[in-house]
Write a protein that binds this ligand. Structure first.
Ligand code: PXG
Length: 457
């Protein structure tokens, strides 16, 4: 942060943090020593902290803000709905207009055949719902032993017990005996980090073939589903080699298992298509959604279910699952307005044809930097690999925490970029303009220079 604190309120808030707030994914002692940066307001693609610093939000909140901060229409939609009907549940044979209109609208924008939506409060709850629903599906079909879900190492699917188990984050599994039984993992298609001497295309085929190997090892009669993000987000914006998804599709076509796309990050325009599955031409049976669904203005997630799955569970009696806030009317009203803005302002089209090509071209200019081993990206997603040796893709020693050094310089120079190890990642709001992209890339280069200078001492 701002090493310098001028606003006395900043200290007061930091003290409240230390005394009372347990922040997600934090080393509390370390956090308290430093004190959190306090974000007080936002507009468009920029944030302001309590010290008055203006910061370009290269991470869209946390991969959430599609339509930009400060959209009055979303505020209006929420307040209108709060006045009309602030809450009612959707259990016990009731419903309300916003949840029904939202389910219909989502069916209009999702890939063909995905027409039914179970709403949740978050992406993690969406994946918990998925686990229970796919097992219910196979039980309804008379195959209750088909329970195992295959997921990927370094995938991220949330932080609930099921979400963290589906995810392939070792440091999460280590806390609390995860994964739970019935969830297994295969390697990820991360060529830059793990491809060794293989070409990206060879490695893509190898990584995809691990799915078939795992299906045969577990037994097709035991496997319920395969879950994957079209592009891994939290794992480090990992874009599979071009050979990966076509081979996965071939494998899925051979076996009777369900395919779940976790679209929590890729959904709602981030790749320049409505969903990451559209970008790759994948045809999932189920899709988890959250984040961009409401642009993060209020919490909401869900599971979109295909006609094929619906037709089975429709005959299967009660599905004994649900959350108090499933289909919350205020969240649904905000999501509807958010999708209306995305559609009417043609934001996804603009990302695809105009701003993403510009962002991707400008980001790739950073490839010439001595610290940069690779720049990759799709749509409004980007990753910059920091390395010691460009040719061999060799990293700096882990203890040096080069990514964290770079992240610190970014924050101090008015840019939010996230570090996943030594991979710097960006996912700006979809409404970012060319001028703001220029600001992002200029700041990123400056911070790469500062990082290099610091590690060279
Ligand atoms: N699936 C994916 C693909 C996600 O990225 C979730 C599920 C879980 O969503 P909820 O709403 O329960 O958080 C996510 C969430 C990071 C980071 O460090 C990413 C997420 C959450 C927190 C941190 O990039 N993604």
């Amino acid at each position: 942060m701002t090493n310098q604190i001028n606003n006395p309120q900043t200290r007061q808030w930091q003290e409240m943090s230390q005394r009372h707030h347990l922040a997600p994914f934090s080393d509390y002692k370390q956090l308290h020593e430093k004190g959190p940066r306090i974000i007080t307001k936002a507009k468009g693609v920029h944030l302001w902290d309590s010290e008055g610093n203006k910061i370009l939000d290269g991470m869209a909140g946390l991969w959430c803000i599609a339509v930009g901060y400060g959209r009055e229409e979303l505020v209006e939609a929420a307040s209108r709905q709060m006045r009309e009907l602030p809450f009612y549940n959707t259990f016990f044979q009731t419903a309300h207009p916003p949840v029904l209109e939202l389910a219909k609208t989502i069916a209009e924008i999702t890939p063909p055949g995905l027409n039914h939506v179970f709403f949740t409060g978050s992406g993690s709850e969406g994946n918990d719902t998925m686990l229970r629903l796919v097992r219910h599906y196979w039980a309804c079909k008379g195959q209750p032993e088909k329970k195992v879900v295959i997921a990927r190492v370094n995938g991220y699917h949330g932080s609930t017990v099921a979400g963290a188990s589906l995810g392939g984050m070792k440091y999460m599994h280590e806390q609390g005996d995860l994964p739970i039984p019935g969830i297994v993992h295969i390697p990820q298609p991360y060529w830059f980090g793990e491809g060794g001497d293989m070409s990206p295309e060879e490695f893509g085929i190898w990584a995809a073939d691990q799915l078939e190997k795992k299906i045969l090892e577990v037994g097709e009669d035991k496997v319920a589903a395969f879950i994957a993000e079209p592009i891994q987000g939290a794992g480090g914006v990992i874009i599979p080699p071009d050979s990966y998804w076509p081979r996965i599709r071939e494998i899925l076509a051979k076996y009777d298992i369900l395919f779940v796309a976790d679209e929590v990050i890729c959904g709602f325009g981030r790749t320049g298509e409505w969903f990451g599955s559209d970008y790759y031409g994948n045809r999932p049976d189920l899709m988890t959604i959250a984040k961009g669904l409401t642009s993060g203005y209020v919490p909401m997630g869900g599971l979109v279910v295909s006609d094929k799955v619906f037709e089975v569970i429709n005959e299967g009696g009660d599905f004994n699952h649900g959350f108090t806030y499933s289909g919350h009317p205020v969240a649904a009203a905000v999501a509807l307005e958010n999708i209306r803005i995305l559609r009417e302002e043609k934001i996804v089209e603009r990302v695809r044809t105009e701003t993403a090509p510009y962002l991707q071209a400008r980001l790739r200019e950073l490839t010439d930097h001595p610290l940069v081993g690779e720049v990759r990206g799709v749509g409004m997603l980007g990753a910059i690999e920091l390395v010691k040796d460009k040719a061999t893709r060799k990293r700096y020693p882990e203890e040096l925490a080069v990514g964290m050094i770079c992240r610190g310089h970014c924050f101090d120079n008015g840019l939010v970029m996230r570090a996943v190890g030594d991979t710097m990642i960006i996912a700006p709001p979809l409404v970012i303009t060319r001028e703001e992209i220029d600001e992002l890339v200029t700041k990123a280069r400056l911070c790469l220079d500062l990082t290099l200078r610091e590690i060279q001492g």
